[in-house]
Design a protein around this ligand. Structure first.
Ligand code: UD1
Length: 425
């Protein structure tokens, strides 16, 4: 073992962070093993997400070690939540004295931890840097801009990220094009995900009724040579949680109108985010949903005497592996998530994004993704296109190869030997 020991503090807070940190922890261990290095990964969970299905299930599925520290900040308004993380994380830094802090993504915990570290002159690495929706009403856009402005190492998933950062005046030597870290988790876990029994539990095995034409049971995921063929089943998968979509009736209702029309074509499966569930109740929209207490549903849950029931079927949020399995086999995904736009690109699953901007334009040009905002007619039109045999197919960016975490660790570890980081890309 090398006598130089460095402590790297890695931060997770909310659901989309876990699959970005897991590959880094694996890569650090592998780097230590093959280089005789002594990098000590120290995992901090801010507690921004705390429900079992939003957090613990991901630790289980991704084989993440239990956090070394859990700050338990919980929910709150943006200022309150960001402030609580900032205060708690500064104490951690003063106590732990890490050599480096690694933050991922664009959630409130990302910004708060980067800010606490930079004020204490601790170097910060931001993974998934340079993404811009150019919509400053999105809380995540503010988190991205500010985190990138104060980070020392900016790891981008695609070339547009580099361009955005350079335009904002970030020095070139801080920017590293390394690929998409979420794809590391996807490729690493896909086979395992496909072995979960969630499709059968959700009653989503192939039925004789209503199999749509086009990318049905024998179509192949062609996006990546790395993926084994993956059959498509007759259902649409929905995820929806952005405040701009669900926090007021004017934006939520048109989306619902579109989804209800999709239910006339195939079952609509909606693992519902806690925020959205609250809003469905607060806005009195529950009549359009069928709420299932468990994931064990018989096909008759969707079909009655061979005829499709016309409701959006809601379930508790799924864990990482189960969600990946349901996404990989969906005929179409409708979402306002950022990461799912990338995952569907890799899986070559048609993706309809319920937003009018995206910080991931590569998924529009290379992937299956289309933006429809909250327009019900466009939702239905794009679902029809997705079910057509000649639908848009995706090409997976070549740098999304499952080795992003290794590239990051290689770059960050190089100051162990030399103070000048190497530039890639
Ligand atoms: C956060 C991220 C968003 C990310 C999303 C994924 C920010 C600004 N937003 O949004 O970028 O796409 O996570 O889920 O950081 N709640 C629970 N249990 C939980 C977590 C949340 O019940 O484990 C409820 C609470 O009522 C909370 C609400 O959901 O008030 C919203 O949670 P919050 O963490 O504030 O934001 P998200 O909408 O989850």
């Amino acid at each position: 073992m090398n006598s130089i020991t460095k402590k790297w503090l890695l931060v997770v807070g909310a659901r989309p962070n876990f699959m970005k940190i897991a590959p880094l922890i694996r890569a650090v261990k592998a780097y230590n093993d093959s280089n005789g290095a002594g990098i000590l990964p120290f995992l901090v969970h801010t507690g921004q997400h705390y429900d079992f299905n939003m957090s613990d299930a991901f630790f289980r599925d991704l084989d993440l070690p239990q956090p070394d520290l859990h700050l338990g900040v919980g929910s709150g308004n943006h200022g309150e939540q960001t402030g609580k993380v900032l205060i708690a994380f500064e104490k951690v830094l003063l106590e732990q004295k890490p050599d480096l802090v690694i933050v991922v993504g664009d959630v409130n915990s990302t910004l708060a931890c980067a800010l606490a570290a930079v004020k204490l002159h601790i170097p910060v690495a931001h993974v998934e840097s340079g993404l811009r929706s150019f919509d400053r009403k999105m809380p995540e856009e503010i988190n991205r801009l500010l985190t990138d402005a104060i980070s020392d190492y900016l790891f981008t998933p695609s070339p547009e990220g580099d361009e955005n950062l350079l335009k904002e005046g970030i020095p070139e030597e801080k920017i590293f094009l390394v690929g998409d870290i979420m794809v590391d988790s996807l490729l690493y876990h896909l086979d395992q995900a496909k072995k979960t029994n969630i499709l059968a539990r959700l009653g989503l095995t192939a039925t004789t009724a209503d199999i749509p034409p086009g990318p049905t049971s024998d179509s192949l995921c062609s996006a990546s040579q790395l993926l084994a063929p993956c059959s498509k089943l007759s259902y649409a998968l929905v995820t929806l949680h952005r405040p701009a979509n669900v926090d007021n009736r004017e934006s939520f209702e048109p989306i619902l109108q579109g989804l209800l029309q999709v239910t006339e074509k195939m079952p609509v499966i909606f693992p519902i985010h806690p925020r959205t569930l609250k809003q469905v109740r607060a806005l009195n929209l529950a009549a359009d949903f069928e709420f299932h207490d468990s994931w064990d549903v018989k096909p008759e849950g969707y079909y009655e005497d061979g005829v499709l029931r016309k409701k959006i079927h809601c379930f508790a949020p799924l864990g990482y592996l189960e969600f990946l399995n349901v996404m990989a086999h969906a005929s179409v995904v409708l979402t306002d998530s950022g990461g799912i736009q990338e995952e569907t690109t890799v899986l070559d699953v048609p993706c309809i994004t319920l937003r009018d901007t995206t910080e991931r334009p590569i998924t529009l040009t290379e992937g299956t993704n289309v933006l429809v905002h909250n327009d019900p007619e466009r939702i239905v039109l794009e679902v029809e296109k997705a079910l057509d045999v000649n639908r848009k197919r995706s090409r997976c960016p070549s740098i999304w190869d499952g080795h992003t975490a290794e590239r990051i660790v290689e770059i960050l570890a190089s100051p162990l030997c030399s103070p000048i980081p190497r530039r890639m890309g």
